[in-house]
Design a protein around this ligand. Sequence first.
Ligand code: ADP
Ligand code: 5SP
Length: 491
Amino acid sequence: MYLGIDIGTSGVKAVIVAESGAVMAAGTAPLGVSRPFPGWSEQDPDHWWQATEAAVLALPEDLRARVQGVGLAGQMHGATLLGADHRPLRPAILWNDGRSSDACRQLEQRIPESRSITGNLAMPGFTAPKLLWVTEHEPEIFERVEKILLPKDYVRLCMTGDMASDLSDSAGTLWLDVAVRDWSEVMLGATGLSRTHMPPLFEGNAVTGVLRHEVAAQWGMARVPVAAGGGDNAAGAVGIGVVNEGDALLSLGTSGVIFVATGAFRPNPERAVHAFCHCLPDMWHQMSVHLSAASCIEWGVKATGADDPAGFFDLAEAGGAGGGPEIFLPYLSGERTPHNDPHVRAAVLGIDNETDRGRIAAAVLEGVAFAHADGIAVLRDAGTEIQQLSVIGGGARSRYWGTIIAAALNVRLAYLEGGEVGPALGAAKLALMAVTGASAAEACVRPPISHIIEPDAALADRLAPRLARFRAAYSAVQSIQGEIRDRQLFR
Ligand SMILES: Nc1ncnc2c1ncn2[C@@H]1O[C@H](COP(=O)(O)OP(=O)(O)O)[C@@H](O)[C@H]1O
Ligand SMILES: O=C(CO)[C@@H](O)[C@H](O)COP(=O)(O)O
C-alpha cells in the first residue's frame, strides 16, 4: 500500500492506493484562504501540516499500518519563506495572489532572456516575482529568509526533517532552467537569491527521505520512504496515466487547468501558455491555467444561497446552459491564460427581469467553460492537438458541467476511477515507483474509464455565439476595470 497526500488549496486529500493502482481509502481536511487585501491570497503553512495530519488520521488504521511509501503533491508556486530556525517568517503567498505584477515587469527587464530560460512569461502567482515584492515591501522579512519552499515541500520538511523539491513544482518558481532541469543562477540572482536558498532537486519518482520517528509513530506507520512527488497538475497526470507525448487532462480544482504531456521542452510563453517539467524523467508539459474554476462554484454557492456545490449544480441544470442572456466572466482572482491579467475581475453581464438563481448558476458553469475554451484555443493555435481530456479534481463530480465544457471546447471528456483525487493518486504512484523501481509504463496505467462525454453538437451551436460575446465582454470589462490596479492590489 502507498500513501499519496495532496496539499490542495481548498483542503488536503490523503489516499491509500494498492499496488494495482486502486484507491482503497480517502481522507480529507479543509483549508481556508486568507485575503487580507483585495488581490492577495495567503495560507498559514502550519495549517497545511495540521490538515495533513487530520487527513492521514482519517484513513483506516489497518491500511495505514501497511503503507510502504509516501508521495506528495500540492498547489504550485506558493512562497513559503523560512528563517534560520526553519519556521515560516510570514503567511505563504499563494498561486492565485495578484500583488506582484510590477515585480514581473522588473524581473523581465532585469533578465531579458528570462522567457527562454524559464519557458514562461513572468506572471504574478509564480514564486520569483513574489520574492521581489517581499524585497520591496517587507525588506525586514527578506533579510531573514534562509530557505524558500513550495507548499508540498514544507509539508515534507514537517514529515521528514529534509528539505527537497521535485522538478515539476520547481519549474513553477521561475528560478528553474526548465530545459536543463536545474536551478538557474541567473534567475536566482535577479531576485537577490542563490542556490543556497533552494532545496536540492529530485525527479518525482525518487526518494528524498524517510518519515520522522514521531510522525511515523503518530500515523501508525513504519519509517517508510517519502518520494519527491510533484506539483498537483503533474502528479494528477501521473495518477490517471497522462504520461506520454500528447496525453492531456482537464483539472477542475480551485483553479482550472488543461495539461498536455510533451516528450520535449516546448515553450510558448507569448500567450501565457505554461511550459514546465513533468514529474517523470525526460518529460515536460504545457498547460493553460485558469485561476478560478471550482472557486467560481464556491462563490456561486454563496451568491445564490445554494446549500452546497451539489445543490448549485442542481440549480444550474434547472436554469439550463445556453438559455438566458447572462454572461459570466470567471475572473474572481484575475486570469493567467491567455490574458496574463491579475487586475481584471469577474462580472455578470446581461441580467434582465427574468434572471434568477438558476440562470446565474448556469452562466457561472458556462463562463468557466468559456475560460477553458480560450485556453484550449491557444494550445491548439500553437499546434498542440487535443481530442480528449481526462478529468481530475473536485469538479469531476459533476457530469452536467462536463457536458457544457465538452461542447464549449469541442473535445471528448473521459472520467476515470479516482479522478476526483487525481493528484493524491499520482503522488501514491510516484511513491510506488520510488520504492519498487517500477517504470512509468508499469506504474502509471490509466485507471478504468467510468464515463465518457462526447461534445453535443446542438449545445455547441447554442454556445458558439455566446463564446464570442464572452470574448468581447473580457475586452470591454478589462478596459473599464483599470482602476482596480491602483486602488486595490497594494496596501
Ligand atoms: N458535487 C460536486 N460537483 C462538482 N464540484 C464539486 C462538488 N463537490 C465539490 N466540488 C468542488 O470541488 C472543489 C474542490 O476540488 P479540489 O480538486 O479538491 O480542489 P483543490 O485541489 O484546489 O483543493 C470545491 O471547491 C468544490 O467547489
Ligand atoms: O497555479 C496553478 C498551476 O500553475 C494551480 O493549478 C495551482 O497548482 C493550484 O491548484 P488547485 O488547488 O486548483 O488544484
